[in-house]
Design a protein around this ligand. Structure first.
Ligand code: B1M
Length: 217
């Protein structure tokens, strides 16, 4: 089965094979979304599990991540809904001190289907950087990711910085990442928390227009 082969290519860190298999799955008629979920995300989840159990080390994880991104490069253009009018602007990034970008790449990829313009600042984004981009770009939504218990607190620093500069009002703040939960989101003054990229996409598909209308009021 092609999905299992994609998973195996990620586990063994074979980027080129992953790309070939992703292409094969797409030409066989599987949707970009199913290739993403059942192949690429499933593969990375398996590696994450092994890492947690200390059955693989950092270099293997990096090779797996490179392989997953090779597959993502083919899936990404297919997920963007070019027929949808751009309806909003979203700034996103992983907070300062944190270099994990796999989850955020998936969030970006799925949220792209809402038609919103997305500015991805990447990893290790400081509160000052977030604030200066918010000031310049005036997005409707700010999405922050953190994967470490030591960096999730930076999300609060970003919100504090936005408040200090008068940029928090009318900005919807969404947070996510493995150590984050809805209680933490509430505690730091974020508006929403989503457990995974699919949940974030589903919410925005349904509510993006309402959020934009609220901001423009
Ligand atoms: Co790191 N790492 N890592 N790591 N790493 C974790 C997070 C860890 C849990 C591993 C463990 O089990 N011990 C642990 C954190 C422990 C903790 O804080 N409690 C950990 C650690 C400790 C570290 C280092 C400190 C290790 C070291 O050097 N000693 C170091 C820190 C570097 C740094 O950031 N400063 C480090 C380094 C790395 C690598 C570079 C090797 C690599 C990152 C590569 C990269 O991202 N380019 C890496 C990886 C890959 C992991 C694990 C194995 C997998 C993370 C991942 O990509 N998962 C992870 C263990 C694990 O999670 N089981 C681990 C797949 C991805 C699809 O899931 O990112 O959770 P995830 O995203 C999900 C959701 O969380 C959600 O949607 C996604 C799926 O749909 N989501 C959002 C994420 N952001 C969202 C935002 C939203 C909404 C949903 O809205 C805004």
């Amino acid at each position: 089965m092609v999905f299992q082969a994609i998973i195996n290519s990620i586990i063994s860190g074979e980027a080129e094979t992953c790309m070939i298999l992703t292409k094969r799955a797409l030409t066989q008629g599987f949707s970009a979304e199913s290739v993403l979920e059942k192949g690429l995300i499933a593969g990375m989840d398996r590696v994450a599990e092994k890492f947690r159990e200390q059955r693989v080390m950092v270099p293997e994880v990096l090779m797996a991540s490179r392989s997953m991104h090779a597959g993502l490069s083919l899936v990404e253009p297919l997920l963007k809904d070019t027929d949808k009018k751009v309806t909003g602007k979203i700034v996103m990034g992983t907070v300062a001190g944190d270099l994990h970008d796999i989850g955020l790449s998936l969030v970006k990829m799925l949220v792209m289907s809402t038609g919103a313009e997305i500015i991805n600042l990447g990893v290790d984004v400081t509160p000052k950087k977030f604030a200066s981009v918010v000031r310049k770009e005036k997005p409707h939504i700010l999405m922050m990711s953190a994967l470490l218990t030591t960096t999730m607190t930076v999300m609060k620093e970003v919100i504090d910085e936005l408040e200090l500069l008068g940029l928090r009002k009318n900005l919807v703040v969404i947070v996510g990442g493995a150590p984050v939960d809805s209680g933490f989101a509430k505690m730091i003054g974020a508006d929403y928390y989503f457990e995974d990229a699919f949940e974030a996409r589903a919410f925005l598909e349904e509510n993006l227009m309402k959020l934009i209308a609220k901001k423009n009021r």
